[in-house]
Structure formats: C-alpha cells, structure tokens
Design a protein around this ligand. Structure first.
Ligand SMILES: *Cc1c(COP(=O)(O)O)cnc(C)c1O
Length: 412
C-alpha cells in the first residue's frame, strides 16, 4: 500500500449517512423535540424495512406495473450529430407515470406508510410534481391525502392543483411568508407533529432531517442501477460523464449513486443560475450560499448575514429552493461530484433544442442539465459518452415557455 492510498480512504457510498444522519459535516436532524420522536420512529421503521425482501419485492412490482419502470436509456442520435462531440444518452425518467422521477420516492414511502399502519398521508409541493405523484399513490393505496402548497404556487400552478384534487387529495393553501415551497414544508411539519399517530409525511426530495435524505436517495437509486446495466449493454463500457439537474438533489443522487465508486466516471450536478448570480436572482447554493441549517438539515443555504433565508428565483419551480441536499455537499467537498449552474435563458434554449432535434419535450428543470450537457458534449471527443438524466417531461412547462418565448418563437 502506498501513501496515496493511506491518505485517501476509499469511497464507501453505503456508509452514509451515519447513525446520526450525517454526511460528514452535513445533514443531521436539527429539529424541535416534538419532531424528534416521529423522526426516530420513522428511522426505525425504515431501517427495518430497507432490507426486507418482501417489501423490496412489492416495491419493485409497483415500480413496474404502476410507475412504468424500467425507463429507457435513449441514444439522442440527431442531437449528437448536430453537436458533433460526445455521444449523448438520455435516461428517460420523463416516461414515468405522473411525468417525473418523483413517483419512485412517493411509491416507496407510501408502501412504508402502509407497513407502519398509517391511514393518512401529507406532503408539500412547490410546482406540483411531488404533490401529483403523492396524490396518485394515495389514490392507488386508499390513503387520505393532504397536500400543502404555497398560495402563490397554487396561483401559478392552477392546473396541477386541479390534477391533485381529481386524484382525491385535499390541497391546502399556505398563506405565510413568501407563500411558496419553504412555507409549505413548515406547515406540513406542523401537521405531522399534531397527527403523527395516523399520518406519514412524504417529503419530496433528498432533503430535510434524517432519515429523509438517505431514504429518498435509496428510493431513487434504481435510476442509476438501471442506467449502469443499460449503458454496459448498449456500449460495453461506462459513460465518461453523467449530468443531472439539482434542486433538493433527489434525481441527481439517484442517478449518480451506483457510479460514485467508479472514479473514472465524472459526475456533474447543475444548479439553477436564474437571471444572474446576484442575491435573490438564482438558486445556485454553491455559488452564493454558505453553511447553515434549514428545515432540519445542515447544508449549503442561500441566506443573508443574519441567517435569514434569501429569496430565490428560477424559471423552473422544481429547482427554486434555498438549500441543497446534504449528500451533495459532502461529495462536492470530496471532489467526487462537480457542480455548475445554467441560467433561465440557457435552460429555455435547451428546452427548445431537444424538442426540435429529438421530439422530446424536457421539463424546464431537466433542461438545466441539458444546457450544460450541450455545451460540454462539443468539447468531448466523438468516441466519448455523456449521459443526462431527463428527470421529467415538459408538458407542464409548455404554457410558461410559450409565455416567455412568445407564440411567434414557437410558431414561426
Ligand atoms: C422536482 C423536480 C426536480 C428537482 O428535484 P430534485 O430533488 O433535485 O430532483 C427536477 N426535475 C423535475 C422534473 C422535477 O419534477
């Protein structure tokens, strides 16, 4: 053994989080005592369930029959030819039921809630994708369902509110603060503390207090497991680089997880650069953020000198949050995941480009990953491989894109 191996302990992705929910200095469970008990119960239930073959078998079956797994790994041939560099593959999470990767986690947690004997499920939602996935699984399994949503988000996403209600969910408007996602999470936590005997809280990203970040990651890990098998089957080797957009970080960590120990594969997370990198104009936590605690979790946060949370902005509601999942912060420190950002304009450009060249409308969130990937592919040799996680479909964003781009841009 040489000194380099001694000073660089090998990466063991299964050792995280530790039993306190920490990813190195990040993560944990910084919550009031009233929440500590429900979180401990949930942790215990999840630990018991995680390795239960009966549970895993049922989850696999539901992911297949209800959600539509496995999703394809698609070679974007025309796009690749046009860019002239690396071969671009897209992992098609956009093909899943309800339109995004979110259903992987909603299904996993719903089955866990069933096992715990809960009858009622609550969740928060920003743009509505997580609310729609949660409402769908609640209808599927017969849970009472309440979705908390900021009043401002409800106004912007009226169609999604209707879709949740069609699935039988009650959507509760949150009037506090900026009336968006952060306030909706606060309300959901308040509800949970009050009704914990009957209720499970399905948090929608790899965020918040332990055990959520690790549990949500585990439910999305299937994305990387499939991708690895598929690329080996198609190309006989691993990709050179993999790219995913990062809001809270769930689609990205799910896509990266089985590649973390494959040091030759470069992993890149793309945050929302918004309009520019001034305070309040973006959601790139690693650009303007610093260490702090938000909603139970220690991580990189966009906040001012007094610790007040900054306003954030992104054209994609799913990336518009002030904190990033703790596991991403950990792997960034270790140099294992690189981070960059793409702005609103770049994302809109990528949204149009993928639609035009491949007939696939990407979600505006996923378009941030694509924007970086299009730039990057051109710099890579033609025999290299770049995989992008297409976290969701863009139907939900078509009206917003039309508003911004103008009808002329779409109908020349
Ligand atoms: C919610 C969402 C995201 C962002 O959430 P992550 O937890 O970072 O994955 C990205 N893409 C789509 C399509 C989404 O719905």
């Amino acid at each position: 053994m040489n000194s380099a191996t001694l000073s660089t302990p090998t990466l063991d992705r299964f050792s995280l989080p530790d039993r306190h929910g920490r990813f190195g200095p990040y993560g944990g469970a910084f919550v009031p005592e009233t929440l500590a008990h429900p979180l401990q119960q949930l942790t215990a239930a999840y630990e018991e369930t995680k390795n239960d073959p009966v549970f895993q078998k049922e989850l696999k079956q539901q992911l297949k029959s209800f959600a539509g797994r496995p999703t394809g790994l698609y070679f974007a041939e025309r796009l690749t030819r046009e860019l002239g560099g690396a071969k671009i593959y897209l992992k098609r999470e956009d093909m899943l039921h309800t339109g995004a990767h979110k259903i992987n986690n909603a299904l996993g947690q719903a089955l866990l809630a069933k096992k715990m004997g809960k009858s009622r499920i609550i969740a928060e939602t920003g743009a509505g994708q997580h609310g729609i996935a949660t409402a769908a699984v609640c209808a599927r399994f017969g849970f009472d369902c309440v979705i908390y949503m900021g009043a401002e988000d409800m106004r912007r996403q009226a169609l999604n509110v209707f879709r949740m209600r069609l699935s039988g969910a009650e959507v509760r408007s949150v009037e506090a603060g900026n009336r968006t996602l952060k306030e909706a999470i606060n309300e959901a936590m308040r509800d949970w503390v009050t009704n914990v005997r009957s209720t499970h809280y399905i948090l929608g990203s790899a965020l918040g207090a332990h055990p959520y970040p690790g549990m949500v990651r585990d439910f999305h890990r299937v994305i990387s497991t499939e991708t690895k098998e598929q690329i080996l089957d198609l190309e006989g080797r691993l990709p050179d680089e993999m790219v995913a957009c990062v809001g809270g970080g769930s689609n990205a960590i799910g896509f990266f997880f089985d590649f973390l120990e494959e040091e030759a594969v470069r992993l890149v997370g793309v945050e929302a650069g918004g309009r520019n990198l001034e305070d309040g104009q973006h959601a790139a936590r690693f650009e303007g953020g610093r260490l702090g605690v938000l909603q139970g979790c220690k991580t990189w946060i966009l906040q001012n000198d007094d610790g007040q949370i900054n306003q954030t902005h992104s054209v994609s509601a799913g990336l518009d949050y002030a904190a990033i999942g703790p596991e991403h912060a950990y792997y960034r420190d270790r140099g294992r995941i690189d981070f960059t950002h793409a702005g609103d304009d770049d994302a809109l450009h990528a949204f149009r480009k993928l639609s035009e060249t491949e007939g696939i409308l990407p979600a505006l969130e996923s378009s941030h990953g694509l924007a970086y990937a299009f730039r990057r592919a051109k710099e890579m040799p033609q025999d290299s491989i770049l995989c992008v996680n297409l976290s969701g479909r863009g139907d939900k964003d078509a009206m917003e894109a039309a508003r911004i781009l103008g009808e002329e841009a779409l109908m020349p």
